[in-house]
Write a protein that binds this ligand. Structure first.
Ligand SMILES: *Cc1c(COP(=O)(O)O)cnc(C)c1O
Length: 403
């Protein structure tokens, strides 16, 4: 399957390699066809030379592929490459970001356990926790993301996981990952970080003390809005359980999607840097506009956690939220006046997107809950894409003129 000189050549020269080199080359195993780019292996199962080899492979005594719900060469290349970028011992790819979270919870938590969750996280994650995990007897407790004393006070002997998204969506609130990992470990719990907004280009939670990283590869890792996928990363002992659940339950990644994400990883850093640069420029410009009450972006000195963002991230991300004067009516006029930007809740795309969180991503929350979470009716979220920054600004100016 793999000739040794090729595999050795592909991997041995990467020890000590930099991020961009790993992004382009880590995890590649050439087949006997000597392909230069990564091949897509669309096969559900694999053949054995004889019955004894089949038995030994099934028993785990021999390395080798058995069935694509377990392992697939294209998916494995994606897993090894992302693991190299996040600095993880082990990565397993999933069918979506949501199945990455599901697999982690199902494999590490049991009835009676508790998960502490930062408030203001992705809407489907809230539904997964409140509607489904709770039904199976897992207690979910929400904690204010930046209140370390509240996290400490919320830990009990039932606490298994602390789950955070940092920076949060849509208000760009940060969790102090180093401090939270100490709190988690003191409580004999694991810290799990949804690193979707930053990607390993901007933030490496495992190096800051977190135990598990999950991704929605659907966002920046693909970066071009084509495929759904996800990943779970961490230490080998923790990941053993997660891999076991995925192989049994089956929400694994398709080889085609893995190939798309592999290609996405190759350009991740240059894309993220361009996203961040435009987002920063636009955040600074928006803060100067009289129609804008407040801008939520950790790259601005006005952000209360600007210093923490500088410490634990190497860039500030590309999601810029801001509040306009005049509530929902004004926010909707703003959004409707844009002509180029896509009105959609997706993010992490080359195409800039705009959304009104209060009536879309956070529409399921009661008005009072939304206000308490700081998601006011005049709030607009822009996920800055890779168009010319002047063109994005001109389109946002149309919105401002309509407010
Ligand atoms: C989109 C998203 C998810 C879910 O990922 P899917 O790939 O859509 O299942 C989880 N977390 C965050 C922060 C997201 O933006």
């Amino acid at each position: 399957m793999t000739t040794d000189w090729q595999a050795g050549r592909l991997n041995s020269e990467l020890s000590g390699a930099g991020f961009d080199t790993l992004a382009v080359r880590a995890g590649q195993h050439r087949s006997f066809e000597s392909e230069h780019s990564e091949a897509i292996f669309t096969t559900s199962s694999y053949v054995f030379r004889n019955a004894a080899q089949a038995a030994a492979t099934f028993a785990g005594d021999l390395d080798g592929n058995v069935y694509s719900r377990y392992t697939n060469p294209t998916v494995r290349t994606f897993e090894e490459r992302l693991a190299a970028l996040e600095g993880a011992e082990k990565c397993v790819a999933t069918a979506s970001g949501m199945s990455a979270i599901l697999a982690t919870v199902m494999s590490l938590c049991s009835q009676g356990d508790q998960i502490l969750v930062s408030r203001s996280i992705f809407g489907a994650t809230v539904s997964l926790f409140d509607k489904y995990c709770a039904r199976f007897g897992i207690e979910i407790t929400y904690v204010q993301i930046d209140d370390l004393a509240a996290w400490e006070a919320a830990c009990t002997d039932k606490t298994k996981l602390l789950f955070i998204e940092s920076p949060s969506n849509p208000l760009a609130e940060l969790a102090d990952i180093r401090a939270l990992s100490r709190i988690a470990h003191a409580a004999d719990a694991l810290l799990m970080v949804d690193n979707c907004f930053c990607t390993p280009v901007l933030q490496k939670p495992l190096a800051l003390g977190a135990d598990i990283v999950i991704h929605s590869a659907t966002k920046y890792i693909d970066g071009q809005g084509r495929c759904l996928g996800g990943a779970v990363l961490g230490r080998a002992d923790v990941m053993k359980e997660v891999v076991g659940f995925l192989r049994t339950a089956g929400p694994t990644m398709s080889p085609f999607n893995a190939w798309v994400f592999l290609k996405g990883l190759e350009t991740l850093r240059i894309r993220m840097n361009a996203h961040c640069q435009s987002a920063h420029t636009l955040a600074q410009w928006l803060e100067q506009q009289p129609q804008v009450k407040k801008v939520y972006y950790a790259g601005l000195p006005s952000h209360p956690q600007h210093a923490l963002a500088q410490q634990q991230q190497s860039g500030f991300g590309a999601v810029v939220s801001f509040e306009v004067e005049g509530g929902q009516a004004a926010a909707w006029r703003f959004i409707d006046a844009t002509q180029m930007i896509s009105i959609t809740a997706n993010l992490g795309d080359t195409k800039t997107t705009i959304t009104h969180p209060a009536s879309t991503t956070h529409g399921r929350l009661a008005a009072a809950e939304r206000e308490k979470a700081g998601i006011h009716d005049g709030l607009i979220r822009v996920a800055v894409g890779l168009e010319e920054v002047n063109d994005i600004q001109a389109d946002l100016q149309r919105g401002l003129d309509a407010v």
